[in-house]
Design a protein around this ligand. Structure first.
Ligand code: PLP
Length: 450
């Protein structure tokens, strides 16, 4: 029989467990408990094969900024696929969707970030960044300036290069990392701030960058990469002192600053880019996810004039078959048009974010919640057995978070957990009613897990 939405859920789940290898999962688990089969989506809601309506407070994997079910994107993809389904932009050719998208991104990105090198995903784009900054310094006669500094618990993707930039020790342990990447500590005051005030701690963590540069040698360090607000590490909002100090240090030692905007970009923090929210002007920004609201795979690096000029003065031997794919580019452009013309980012920032913040941060009154923080439409709560000491739960890391996540799922709410933090990243089209439903289902789930 043909496999379709009409098959019994148990049959679909059995086939899935037999043949589909799930990322970031223990595959054997799907044999005992099948994966939930998602069959359709609209706005901020998903439906599963049993007909349950689920509130998606994660926008898929932080990407469906515009919400589900926008026909315009489907129609643009259909038209583009008929007209020019594929032709890459290597060597001697280009095409209109990629020209239009690049010009639009140059308008939207702050300062002189005017040039786009495309990729199929955020991971690929970060791999590009590693090679591009090393090539940049080699072109400037400094081939030894090739170390990239990043942060523990940051996430930059799953390819070997991007994973090495990331600071996830569990990933490093499975197969090792590339050379010349150095990690400093993250600005997670709640978990690691000890007796310091958030302001003191923010400065201390930023100054670790300076210490690392001095230890490694100013002539060896090519770039620093970080997310304006760490996402997959648990939505870690840095203290206000952090980014100005990082900026000062990068300027002082001539270190390229790469802002990984894969999550923060395209409205998630209330501005087009997270760099604008935290007040930095990077040399390179990594983009993906919200660029197409997840409707088509596309990522890239937006590069400033000077870096583009130096890189462009030689042949940069790098590129991907699907970089600047016409269908993805056309979908991304339409997504940007809708975000702009429907004022989705402004509406989210001005009409929803204040209410979301008030309601979400009030979760701190729950006996198990020690910290609740949100910037724009990305937020997290820290779970703790003791709010005063900011203690961690004694059980294996992540257990309580895992239980909360499972309770949310059973209550038809998608929130994620990272260790003992529960996180949200809702579509930017979340309404006040969605916020109310999120909070009531989150409270119910926390109560059940308590
Ligand atoms: N950078 C950040 C900040 C991310 O959150 C992610 C994915 O979650 C990536 C890079 C990798 O992007 P992709 O999964 O598209 O390869």
């Amino acid at each position: 029989a043909q496999i379709s939405n009409h098959m019994a859920t148990a049959e679909l789940q059995a086939l899935d467990a037999d043949h589909h290898m799930h990322p970031f999962s223990t595959q054997a688990g799907f044999k005992t408990k099948g994966a939930r089969v998602i069959t359709r989506a609209s706005g901020t809601r998903l439906w599963d094969s049993e007909g349950n309506e689920i509130l998606d407070a994660m926008a898929g994997l932080w990407c469906v900024n515009i919400g589900y079910g926008r026909d315009e994107l489907a129609e643009v993809a259909y038209r583009q696929m008929k007209e020019l389904p594929y032709y890459n932009t290597f060597f001697q050719t280009t095409h209109v969707p990629v020209i239009a998208l690049s010009a639009r991104l140059a308008e939207l990105a702050p300062g002189d970030l005017n040039h786009v090198f495309y990729a199929g995903s955020g991971s690929e784009a970060n791999d590009t960044n590693i090679r591009m900054v090393r090539f940049y310094w080699a072109q400037k006669g400094k081939p030894d300036k090739n170390i990239i500094i990043s942060r523990k618990n940051g996430y930059h993707g799953s390819t070997l290069g991007a994973m090495s930039l990331g600071g996830m020790s569990g990933m490093h342990a499975q197969g090792g990392v590339v050379q010349n990447v150095h990690h400093i500590d993250q600005p997670n005051w709640w978990a690691e701030g000890g007796d310091m005030t958030p302001e003191e701690f923010g400065l201390e963590r930023a100054q670790q960058l300076e210490k690392a540069i001095l230890e490694l040698g100013e002539d060896r360090v090519a770039a620093f990469i970080a997310e304006p607000i760490q996402g997959a590490g648990g939505v870690i909002v840095p203290p206000e002192t952090y980014w100005p100090e990082i900026k000062r240090i990068c300027d002082k030692y001539e270190i390229l600053l790469i802002a990984d905007e894969v999550i923060c970009g395209f409205g998630r923090t209330g501005q087009w880019f997270g760099s604008q929210t935290v007040g930095i002007q990077p040399h390179i920004m990594t983009i993906a996810k919200g660029l197409s609201s997840g409707y088509a795979p596309i990522g890239g690096s937006i590069v400033c004039d000077e870096v583009a000029e130096v890189v462009g003065s030689g042949e940069f031997n790098h590129g991907y078959t699907y970089a600047g794919h016409p269908v993805s580019a056309a979908v991304a452009l339409e997504n940007l048009r809708i975000l702009d013309e429907e004022k989705i980012i402004e509406t989210a920032r001005e009409q929803i974010a204040p209410y979301l913040k008030q309601q979400f941060e009030a979760l701190v009154d729950h006996p198990m919640v020690g910290e609740a923080k949100i910037v724009g439409h990305m937020g997290s709560i820290a779970l703790t057995p003791n709010k005063e000491t900011r203690a961690k739960f004694a059980a294996e890391a992540g257990t309580v978070g895992y239980i909360c996540r499972e309770r949310c799922f059973a209550n038809n709410l998608i929130m994620r957990h990272v260790g003992d933090r529960m996180i949200i990243s809702p579509p930017l089209v979340f309404t006040r009613d969605d916020v109310d439903l999120l909070i009531s289902r989150a409270r119910k789930s926390l109560d059940e897990a308590y």
